[in-house]
Design a protein around this ligand. Structure first.
Ligand code: PMP
Length: 428
């Protein structure tokens, strides 16, 4: 059938969209998605662009292998046979979809098993699954902060959009934004708040764009001193940090001091879905009242079974954690030796500062088209203007040879495009 266009071209919203898109393009922030086919036998070493590329996709030679440098499937668990086979078995056993919301016929034994596994991973009484990490933050924070009158949420300035959505959506509560990872500022704001107000501190462990890590013990100490609860997003840490991949709170031995730990099954665990773990009364309250949990179809059992297999495997395999950090260290050493600027972080994330949206896009396009290396340009609004960057996430299967290729390509492109100058400014 013919593709229909707007039948009210004159409507102000149509013109509004057009202008907004023109502005985004003019600022070099237009986003093109590069379709990548994930090959189970080779991923994450290689991914192959689809041969039938849509016209807006950057031209990429057909059948060429592309090394992916920006995956959030940090450990490559999404294509581990133990994970994919669990999904296939669950499809045969339970079908393709959940069949309903969790309350209405959508709960399978794998859902409850995964919730128990995650609670155990974080040393909490209970766990609750959501459709994604985004939904777990949005739904949990909004529900908690509207539960009783007078909540004050102390929110780190760089918290993820999903936390902000939940905090902003909680009508009746108030929000105090504290400076990023700044305990002195947090304490000053806690001290200034009414003593008897219900307080919640919402923060992340690994901040994914800058790659820095919060002082969880320090934050929890302040929480105790001022009678606040703590809500910690460990999305970029679960699987990677802690003796069993329980995140930075596990690594630092302070998981018991955090009231609510939130995570995703889509990054270190390589599958899909979000969750919180907490005391059973909090989890039960959210299970029975959180709109974003109740009124949506449950995660497909195959996805849940895959996630469960992944969590169990990642908990056991400490070598996966050792391997990723060894790879990250090796990559940084190679960048340093070649004089390529990068932001040193205490995490597994390697930001290459560029400092300009158009240059960032260009650098990313050239890496893909000329060198077959896929990187994502990180632009405003994900990061502030002037701090645009490539965000590289070396993984367990990036070889030394691949790293050498990336370092050589970056060295050449940064020189050729004068990008080194912009980077130097961004580093200052
Ligand atoms: N929290 C943080 C800090 C994130 O970066 C993200 C996603 N990038 C989310 C939550 C949402 O997780 P998910 O992708 O599972 O929706």
């Amino acid at each position: 059938p013919a593709v229909s266009s707007n039948h009210v071209d004159g409507h102000p919203f149509f013109r509004f969209c057009q202008t907004a898109l023109e502005d985004i393009r003019a600022q070099g922030r237009y986003r093109q998605f590069t379709p990548l086919a994930r090959l189970a036998d080779r991923y994450p070493l290689y991914e192959q662009p689809e041969t039938e590329a849509t016209p807006s996709t950057p031209a990429c030679p057909e059948d060429r292998e592309v090394v992916v440098w920006s995956s959030n499937d940090y450990l490559g668990m999404g294509v581990e046979p133990v994970v994919t086979e669990a999904a296939i078995r669950a499809i045969h056993e339970h079908g393709a979809g959940a069949g309903g919301t969790r309350n209405i016929a959508g709960t399978s034994p794998v859902h409850t098993a995964l919730e128990a596994e995650l609670a155990d991973l974080h040393g909490k009484e209970a766990g609750l699954l959501f459709g994604s990490g985004y939904v777990s933050n949005q739904a949990s924070l909004q529900t908690i902060l509207t539960s009783m009158p007078g909540w004050i949420c102390f929110s780190d300035r760089l918290n993820h959009a999903s936390m902000i959505a939940g905090i902003k959506g909680a009508r009746g509560s108030s929000t105090v934004i504290f400076e990023h990872n700044d305990l002195a500022d947090l304490e000053a704001r806690l001290a200034a708040a009414p003593k008897d107000a219900s307080k919640l501190i919402a923060f992340e462990s690994v901040y994914s764009m800058d790659g820095d890590i919060a002082d969880i013990a320090g934050t929890c100490a302040l929480a105790r001193k001022y009678g606040a609860m703590t809500y910690l997003d460990e999305v970029h840490a679960v699987g990677l940090y802690g003796a069993q991949g329980g995140g930075v709170s596990q690594r630092d031995g302070v998981a018991d001091q955090v009231d609510i730990i939130e995570g995703t099954l889509a990054k270190g665990f390589g599958v899909h879905g979000g969750y919180i773990t907490a005391s059973s009364n909090i989890v039960e309250y959210l299970r029975l009242t959180a709109s974003g949990f109740i009124f949506t179809t449950a995660l497909p059992p195959a996805v849940v079974a895959a996630a469960l297999a992944s969590v169990k495997q990642v908990r056991k395999d400490n070598w996966r954690r050792e391997r990723i950090f060894e790879r990250v260290d090796t990559f940084r050493a190679k960048l340093r030796a070649a004089g390529i600027p990068f932001n040193m972080t205490p995490s597994h994330i390697v930001p290459i500062p560029v400092g300009d949206a158009r240059r960032c896009r260009e650098l990313s396009d050239r890496l893909l088209n000329d060198y077959g290396m896929y990187t994502t340009p990180i632009n405003y609004p994900t990061v502030p203007r002037g701090t645009e960057r490539l965000r590289l996430t070396p993984g367990p299967r990036h070889t030394d040879a691949m790293m050498d290729e990336m370092v050589a390509a970056l060295g050449k492109l940064l020189r050729v495009n004068d990008l080194a100058e912009a980077s130097a400014v961004a580093m200052a």
